[in-house]
Design a binder for this molecule. Structure first.
Ligand code: SF4
Ligand code: SF4
Length: 384
């Protein structure tokens, strides 16, 4: 296990930390209650955090509920991730203005991103940023994403109480933050322990009242995280999963899921790693000005698979299979990691409760059982 140095800070220091970040020109984004859910929004004080609230999550179900304490981070993830800040749902890519009789002026600028300080980010969302880095910084170059992401500060929070649809332990991304943070907090009764992950994080801790965490408290944090890993709401056996899924593209379960799937695209919009987009050109009626916009797209819509001459994924079964096999299988070939970080959002926010862990497991178990029957039969044949 990594030898972690932890610092202890009083909970009241968190407002000081927010103040320092605001003073230094950061837009602080943290969890807050909006429209009956906990979402990431701009905040200026810990009073805007969901103090004393938790969330209950199940397939197709999300409810806020009072806790019996005043914890600041006693819930898991809401419908939004950091995606909406780093890869905005709607963004102008460039504009063109008429100039003179026959000329045009090309305005190539995307807007300048704010300097974000993300507070209360969970391990799965840090992992999702790493996944999106591979798309927007490595496979392609998106200047807005790169600037917003490179300048952002991540004040993460470890998850001692996983939610009903969480399975980050199966995906190796949580519940403890292991990388990608400047500071990772663990909430205790009146204090936080803080692990530093960068020079910026160290400077921020130095600016707060702090002391080195004693061995007993460090051990307690380790224990809390071990217990959390064992109490995930969901799990997924990822052994050989990519090859199993790709070998079962004709499995009847794709059609079974499609009978329930409404192709509403909620899962893709809630997912912190989905990156598909549509490009739209807009002109005004004067003919003087045109703009190109990018909006979030979804492989669940029929239009998304339109090519000259028709649709390549005309049935809901084909679209669900495309999404799930991309997430859990072909993403590995394309980007070197799974496209799923185990946050559970697609399960919670699917209006009919379609569950990526259950649907993948039906196919994988079927295949594993039939392979094991074949192996037993071969052994019997050899032995006879
Ligand atoms: S596929 Fe579902 S569980 Fe996996 S990262 Fe996306 S929303 Fe989270
Ligand atoms: S799986 Fe659920 S959330 Fe996704 S498109 Fe189908 S019905 Fe909508």
């Amino acid at each position: 296990m990594k030898n972690r140095v932890l610092y202890t800070i009083d909970k009241r220091e968190l407002d000081k930390l927010i103040g320092i970040l605001v003073r230094d020109g950061f837009k602080v984004v943290g969890p807050t209650i909006r429209d009956g859910a906990i979402t990431y929004e701009e905040i200026e004080s810990t009073r805007q955090l969901p103090v004393g609230w938790t969330d209950e999550q199940e397939a197709g179900k999300y409810r806020l509920k009072r806790r019996d304490d005043d914890n600041l981070f006693g819930y898991v993830v809401g419908p939004h991730s950091l995606k909406k800040f780093l890869f905005p749902p709607k963004q102008r890519l460039f504009g063109i203005k008429k100039s003179g009789e026959d000329g045009f002026v090309f305005e190539a600028r995307q807007p300048e991103p704010p300097r974000y300080a993300f507070l209360g980010v969970r391990a799965c969302d840090l992992a999702a940023v790493d996944v999106q880095d591979r798309v927007f910084k490595q496979a392609m170059s998106d200047p807005y994403y790169a600037k917003a992401r490179n300048e952002a500060i991540f004040i993460a929070v470890n998850c001692p109480e996983p939610g009903g649809t969480c399975f980050c332990a199966s995906m190796g991304t949580g519940p403890r933050c292991s990388t990608g943070f400047d500071i990772a907090l663990t909430e205790l009764k009146t204090t936080f322990t803080a692990e530093v992950g960068s020079t910026r994080g160290q400077e921020l801790i130095e600016a707060l009242e702090h002391e080195t965490t004693d061995a007993n408290t460090s051990h307690l944090v380790d224990l809390m995280m071990d217990i959390a890993s064992e109490h995930m709401g969901r799990s997924l056996d990822t052994n050989d999963l990519p090859s199993i899924l790709l070998e079962n593209l004709q499995h009847h379960h794709w059609s079974d899921v499609a009978k329930r799937c409404m192709s509403c695209a909620n899962c893709t919009f809630a997912c912190p790693t989905c990156f598909c987009s549509n490009i739209e050109d807009q002109t005004d009626l004067t003919g003087e000005h045109a703009e190109r916009w990018r909006t979030w797209g979804s492989c669940f819509t029929l239009e998304f698979s339109y090519h000259t001459g028709g649709y390549s994924r005309s049935s809901p079964a084909a679209r669900y299979r495309q999404w799930l096999t991309h997430k859990l299988a072909s993403w590995h070939e394309q980007f070197g990691v799974s496209g799923c970080v185990g946050c559970g959002r697609c399960i919670t926010w699917c209006p009919v409760g379609i569950d990526i862990t259950k649907e993948a497991t039906v196919i994988a178990d079927d295949y594993r059982q039939s392979r094991s029957r074949q192996e037993s039969a071969s052994l019997e044949e050899v032995g006879s």
